[in-house]
Design a protein around this ligand. Structure first.
Ligand code: PLP
Length: 363
């Protein structure tokens, strides 16, 4: 028996596609006809090998990843990437540029500073990260080892609409909360990383897409797990990977292909987010979006109500109406609706209608 599922607006771990969960359930005790459950298979066996290879192939197809890029499935979440990126890419005497657009960017900076010299090329901290800086406010250092940015700011609900300019080929991106929410010009990047638990699968596995010429920068003296060149050489199987997490990503990638790929998914996401932004914009000031309109995220929609009391009431009543995960992060307050790929449009219809009704009753 299955319990009814709620409309899940959680920011991460987040909603997954129902067909993916159903298939995973069915393979829990036996992967296909193998007689061994997916989590019980060796990562060195044919069954798992076929699966990780297909996951990589589908990932390449979805994002049109050029051949000279590696696709890795690592552990430690995006957080370990905050350290691995500078450990591998920031040599002594070099400077790494960071554009700071939220709490996750700040954490990335904190780890990079432990490794080497960091230049803050731009920041929107002054306005509590309510926007993506304009390009004329960004000043790169003379010869950066790389330029790091956070494509979508999960806590604040802002998103880069396109990549920062003037740093093609040098870009390193934390794309944890919008990876595969839209197409990406991968060629502009040296490295993209994304914890899986927003758009791609369960927590505990992180996708890394890295241009091969940068592998030469990984020094032998690095802790083995932290060395990209070793993971690339061993095809993500240097040690036991998160086999379950990779399996779910394999299913999610297949599901995304069935949806029609990035163009269809992006349009779907725009429509979904549009429903909620429209409810904000048409509320005559009852709801106030945190993000400046030109910096709005398609994945995390942040807004305040006239008082904290109303915000609590909103969350309570929404819960009674079958919607959960709407409370905002403490750094912004208010509400946050996360509308990742797997969130059905119907959930956004329900939330938008609820917002209109709540405003009319409490405005
Ligand atoms: C969730 C998130 C992280 C943290 O991921 P972990 O897997 O917990 O390390 C980092 N960056 C962004 C943009 C995120 O949304």
């Amino acid at each position: 028996m299955t319990t009814a599922r709620l409309h899940n607006f959680n920011a991460g771990p987040a909603v997954l596609p129902v067909p993916v969960l159903e298939e995973a359930r069915d393979n829990m005790l036996s992967l296909g006809k193998s007689g061994i459950g997916i989590m019980e298979h060796t990562h060195r066996g044919k069954d798992f090998e076929a699966l990780i290879q297909t996951a990589e192939k589908d990932c390449r197809e979805l994002l049109a990843i050029p051949d000279q890029y590696q696709v890795l499935f690592l552990q430690g979440g995006a957080t370990l990437q905050f350290s691995m990126v500078p450990m591998n890419l920031l040599g002594s005497g070099q400077v790494a540029d960071y554009i700071v657009t939220g709490g996750w960017s700040e954490k990335a900076v904190k780890e990079a500073k432990k490794v080497g010299e960091v230049h803050i090329a731009g920041s929107s901290k002054e306005s509590n990260f309510d926007r993506i800086p304009k390009m004329d406010q960004i000043k790169y250092s003379a010869n950066p080892a790389y330029v790091h940015f956070t494509s979508n700011n999960t806590l604040y609900g802002t998103e880069w609409s396109t990549e920062p300019t003037g740093a093609d080929g040098l870009l390193v991106c934390d794309a944890s909360s919008d990876i595969m929410g839209r197409a990406l010009p991968v060629k502009k990047y040296g490295l993209i990383y994304a914890g899986a638990q927003k758009n791609l699968g369960p927590s505990g596995v992180v996708l890394v897409i890295m241009r091969e010429d940068w592998l030469a920068r990984s020094k032998d003296t690095l802790p083995t797990y932290c060395n990209y060149a070793i993971h690339a050489k061993e095809k993500s199987l240097y040690n036991t990977p998160n086999t379950w997490g990779i399996y779910i990503m394999y299913l999610v990638f297949r599901w995304m292909k069935q949806q029609g790929g990035m163009a269809v998914i992006e349009k779907h996401n725009r429509d979904k987010a549009g429903l909620i932004y429209n409810a904000i914009d048409s509320s005559k000031g009852f709801y106030r979006g945190h993000a400046q309109p030109d910096s709005r995220s398609l994945m995390n929609i942040t807004f305040r109500l006239p008082s904290e009391e109303l915000e609590n009431k909103f969350a309570e009543e929404a819960k009674k109406a079958g919607m959960v995960g709407l409370k905002g992060h403490r750094s912004v307050g208010g509400m946050r609706a996360s509308t990742y790929n797997a969130l059905p449009r119907q959930a956004c219809d329900v939330l938008a209608a609820f917002m209109k009704d709540f405003a009319s009753r409490n405005g």
